[in-house]
Design a protein. Structure first.
Length: 212
């Protein structure tokens, strides 16, 4: 009886689409601004919870005021974003949001957070809020398992999974996320990031896999 083992399948090593290739794609169907809610009042937070509790998977992202010198203190995150399949909710941490809301959304094992680079969010969330990120799916790891050995962020993942071009404003990326009031472009940018992550998650068919 032969003891030879069948050959293992070759490990895939896929190439990311280039910036030039992504520019040729049709635009991503972004959320309308009226579907992105900046939470300020108790009623806002109650509405957000009502909507998000209906979702088993939630798009998640954070934003921090950028540091332009190596010795500048890092005090982020300053903004948290949560998204369902048709809305996004923006939380400004300098507005002292309800503690119960933050605990449920961040630590819940029932609402699975979906996003990119979540490993790098865990430490800042714990330091700033004393909260541990609960059930989550890091899409950067998922893209690596698919065969993309180079780091894949949300813009590239949208191109791969959806065949669409997600607009990313460098001005918004480097803007002051600790501002008392966010600009319209910041709100759109933040909401789209969380919403796009969830869209990629479903496009890849990952909703049947166990979270971390």
């Amino acid at each position: 009886m032969s003891t030879d083992q069948p050959p293992k399948p070759a490990r895939r090593n896929l190439e990311r689409p280039s910036k030039e290739q992504i520019k040729l794609l049709p635009p991503f169907d972004a959320l309308p601004l009226q579907c992105i809610h900046v939470l300020r009042t108790p009623a806002d937070y109650a509405f957000a919870l009502e909507q998000l509790r209906q979702e088993p998977f939630i798009g998640f992202d954070t934003e921090s005021k950028p540091c332009f010198t190596s010795d500048a203190p890092r005090t982020g995150p300053h903004v948290l974003q949560f998204a369902s399949r048709d809305r996004a909710f923006i939380v400004q941490l300098n507005g002292e949001p309800p503690r119960d809301f933050l605990r449920e959304m961040i630590e819940s094992r029932h609402m699975v957070k979906v996003g990119f680079g979540l490993k790098s969010d865990r430490g800042p969330l714990l330091r700033k809020l004393g909260l541990k990120l609960g059930a989550s799916v890091d899409l950067a790891n998922a893209m690596r398992k698919l065969g993309y050995k180079q780091a894949v962020g949300v813009r590239t993942a949208v191109a791969i999974a959806l065949g669409r071009r997600l607009r990313k404003s460098k001005a918004a990326t480097t803007s002051n996320w600790a501002a008392t009031r966010l600009s319209e472009s910041q709100v759109q940018y933040a909401g789209e990031d969380a919403f796009a992550a969830l869209a990629v998650f479903y496009a890849l068919g990952l909703d049947g896999e166990p979270p971390a």
